[in-house]
Design a binder for this molecule. Structure first.
Ligand code: PMP
Length: 405
């Protein structure tokens, strides 16, 4: 790829692609967004770097803005450079605050590429080597399409959430530091829990004295429509929240926010050379301004509903589309063969077929059989209609078994 402009990416032959993956849910308000880039340019010419040794105006302004935007009592931010570091910071905070070590994470979760983050991650292909960090237990996730208990919502009575209590009672000392969860599992294939799940999970976390960490690396910044953060759909107030990716439209950033008492428990030395970098801070502020000024959370809800509706219709026509799920502009399409057998082959063929027609999509899921549909938050109804048309043509092509040149 050579150039990006709004919703389009251009390759070395100047071919345009409608980008519905945005550099892994990162280019949230369009490539080279004018307003974000203006802020970046101005900041580069004013002050580029001082490290976390000194507070800067962009860092303080962003921290204040985030304290106002986040739910509940989340007030104190610490900035780093990636989602991995944001999650590392969150778990460390929980361990320092509670004086405990054990952490509950979820199967199919993804939290990053450090030793700790890989140990929290529950995808064999994304873990190089054995689990390095002890004290992490993985609960069953709320994967309704493939319920780990073979049950159906709501008759299941949220068995997966309730099982977390038994997991704590039987596989930990009962003294957990934290539960870390994605409101919608991203890399896992946009696995979306049913209503009531997170409330139950939160209740159990509190009962066993842990901090509840919401990993908003993929679900933050209006991506899921209606709210700024994914966890707000479930009416749960996290003790710690993390994000990265779409927060700064493509400029490297990591962010952890918590309550004053948890932040104040951290008294040791800590530093992140590039954390809070003024250019990244300005890019994040610019991105938030665009999201707010252009009402992009509402747009994600509106255009997301249109896309979801169109994909639901395709599911009725094409049996290889097994499940369509998600919220706002975070939509997963799970490809299957007969009896829900995962179809990574069809998923790949579908991606190639849409690419050929100028539409870029993402892939995910433990079995590599989930298409991730995640355009910029500022796409229009016409863009969504164009993408749906390309997806329909691609499904028709694959169904007919036409070979892909
Ligand atoms: N958490 C989640 C939910 C993610 O999706 C990712 C990245 N895919 C990370 C953490 C790690 O982020 P990074 O790649 O910026 O380290």
């Amino acid at each position: 790829m050579v150039r990006g402009d709004g919703k389009y990416l251009y390759d070395s032959e100047n071919r345009a692609y409608l980008d519905f993956f945005g550099g892994i849910l990162t280019v949230s308000v369009g490539h080279c967004n004018e307003k974000v880039n203006k802020r970046i340019h101005e900041q580069v010419d004013t002050l580029q770097h001082v490290s976390t040794l000194y507070p800067t105006i962009p860092m303080v302004e962003l921290a204040e803005k985030l304290a106002a935007l986040t739910p509940g009592r989340l007030q104190k931010s610490f900035f780093t450079n990636s989602g991995t570091e944001a999650d590392e910071t969150a778990v460390l905070l929980a361990q320092v605050y509670t004086g405990r070590r054990e952490v509950i994470a979820f199967r199919h979760a993804y939290h990053g590429r450090s030793q700790l983050a890989m140990s929290l991650t529950a995808h064999a292909p994304w873990r190089s080597g054995p689990t390095a960090i002890p004290g992490i237990k993985h609960a069953h996730n709320a994967y309704c399409y493939r319920c780990p208990f073979g049950m159906t919502y709501p008759n299941c009575d949220l068995r997966c959430a309730k099982d977390v209590e038994e997991l704590i009672q039987t596989t930990t000392s009962g003294q957990i530091a934290a539960v870390i969860a994605e409101p919608i599992q991203g890399v896992g294939g946009f696995i979306t829990p049913p209503p009531g799940y997170f409330q139950e999970l939160h209740r159990i976390t509190k009962e066993y004295g842990g901090l509840f960490i919401s990993d908003e690396v993929q679900t933050g910044w209006g991506r899921t429509g209606k709210y700024m953060f994914g966890i707000q759909h479930w009416g749960v107030e996290p003790d710690v929240m993390t994000s990265a990716k779409g927060m700064a439209n493509g400029t490297p950033i990591g962010w952890t926010i918590t309550t004053p008492e948890v932040a104040e428990a951290f008294t040791g030395l800590t530093i992140s050379t590039f954390g809070g970098n003024p250019v990244s801070m300005s890019a994040a502020m610019g991105t938030l301004e665009v999201i707010e000024e252009e009402s992009l959370i509402d747009n994600a809800e509106k255009v997301g509903t249109q896309l979801m509706g169109g994909l639901e219709e395709l599911k009725q026509t094409y049996s290889m589309v097994g499940d369509v799920r998600g919220k706002g502009l975070m939509i997963g399409v799970e490809f299957v063969h007969e009896n829900k057998r995962p179809a990574p082959d069809l998923t790949l063929a579908f991606m190639e077929a849409t690419k050929k027609r100028g539409l870029l999509l993402g892939k995910g899921g433990l079995y590599g059989n989930v298409i991730r549909v995640v355009p910029g938050l500022n796409i229009t109804s016409a863009d969504a209609a164009e993408a749906l048309k390309i997806m329909q043509e691609s499904l028709t092509e694959i169904s007919a078994g036409v070979s892909l040149a």
